[in-house]
Design a protein around this ligand. Structure first.
Ligand code: SIN
Ligand code: CO
Length: 374
């Protein structure tokens, strides 16, 4: 999917070129990627979000050369009284603001399966979170004000010990740029970076998860454990007296090894695991069911004008399997093109071809608050 907006994001560069030359390989600075962009919300609106229970917010201060971090919600008074410089960050802006979701979806040239969220930060003059590296791919889009970004592909990732946040011991910048409103900086994972506000500024960052193998392995084992059905029980009717009663016998080890060989998995299991994992809502996400949901027939009539996914809904598919908000969903063959469209575009305007089962599924999702009438 490419939109005119996206073509502007990269200036003269095509998405194919970006993917081939930059994605996960090297940083890219695009001046004036979104002409006229000054942000999605004002400083005051951001403070309102940081004071709400719905948002995941952090406050980082380096006043007096001492790094501190606090987790929200925060009162406005907290910001007013804070010693400068400091920065406040709100994670998951896309879940709170439809325009933020729209902005984040402009990056759909990267699969949604890699997408994490859109974060916004506000910093006072000189504020930032310090030189560090992330395990994420990130697009940093400058909103209001200016920010100086220094970046480095240094191998030295040693962090200062004893600090409440991850700060590099020996940051050696390779590039040094001042970003203005509408400028965009792409950073691959592991690139060290330090963004310092020049005057007060706000930065929007779209982050893409790159899951560590260890984490995937641990999660997959939990997924398997929930579905595990091993039959039988340890048996030793042919037991012979052992010389050492304290010894675990070879026969016992062999029998248990044979039992454990019953734990098997294939690509189908991996597909189901990934579908559920990648669509699982974050801990702070709750769906609001419509107070007085329309019954099926009235919903079907109203839905003729279209439906749209709630910003919090994650709908992905893998081949013919669909997953929504952590659960698999059964979609009939004839309906699949429509549901794929809904998953890609996040809205569906023509529901006339849907089967009765397809409409019933949408009605179900509507009653759960996963989607709404357009
Ligand atoms: C920020 O927006 O202040 C920080 C983003 C980052 O460095 O990851
Ligand atoms: Co970072």
């Amino acid at each position: 999917m490419t939109t005119p907006f996206l073509q502007r994001l990269f200036g003269g560069l095509s998405v194919q070129q970006f993917l081939a030359e930059y994605w996960q390989k090297k940083p890219l600075l695009v001046r004036n990627a979104i002409p006229g962009f000054t942000g999605l919300l004002s400083r005051d609106e951001m403070f309102d979000l940081a004071s709400s229970d719905d948002a995941e917010s952090r406050f980082v201060s380096q006043a007096g050369g001492r790094w501190t971090i606090e987790h929200g919600p925060f009162t406005r008074e907290r910001f007013r009284r804070a010693k400068k410089p400091w920065t406040a960050l709100v994670q998951g802006l896309n879940l709170l603001l439809p325009e933020a979701d729209r902005l984040m979806r402009e990056f759909s040239f990267i699969p949604y399966a890699r997408l994490d969220d859109l974060m916004v930060s506000y910093a006072t003059d000189g504020g930032g979170v310090g030189p560090h590296f992330d395990s994420y791919d990130v697009f940093l889009l400058q909103g209001m004000g200016r920010r100086r970004w220094r970046i480095s592909n240094q191998k030295d990732q040693r962090l200062i010990e004893g600090l409440p946040l991850r700060i590099l011991q020996d940051f050696r910048p390779k590039y040094d740029w001042v970003l203005e409103p509408g400028d965009l900086l792409y950073l691959p994972p592991e690139w060290a970076h330090d963004g310092i506000a020049i005057g007060e500024c706000m930065t929007y960052s779209v982050g893409f998860r790159a899951a560590p193998a260890q984490e995937l392995g641990e999660q997959f084992l939990m997924f398997l454990a929930e579905r595990l059905e091993l039959r039988g029980r340890y048996a030793d009717s042919g037991l012979r007296q052992q010389r050492h009663p304290a010894e675990i016998s070879k026969q016992m080890v062999a029998q248990v090894a044979a039992m454990l060989n019953g734990i098997q998995w294939d690509e189908r299991a991996v597909k189901e695991f990934l579908g559920s994992l990648l669509t699982e809502p974050k801990a702070q996400v709750f769906f609001e069911r419509p107070a007085r949901p329309l019954p099926a027939a009235r919903f079907a009539a109203a839905a003729k004008r279209g439906v749209r996914l709630d910003a919090r809904t994650q709908l992905l598919f893998c081949g013919n399997s669909f997953f929504i908000n952590g659960e698999p969903a059964k979609v009939g063959a004839a309906d699949r093109p429509h549901f794929r469209h809904l998953a890609d575009r996040r809205r569906l305007s023509d529901l006339s071809d849907l089967s009765a089962d397809g409409s019933a599924l949408l009605h179900d999702w509507y009653r759960c608050g996963f989607l709404a009438l357009a």
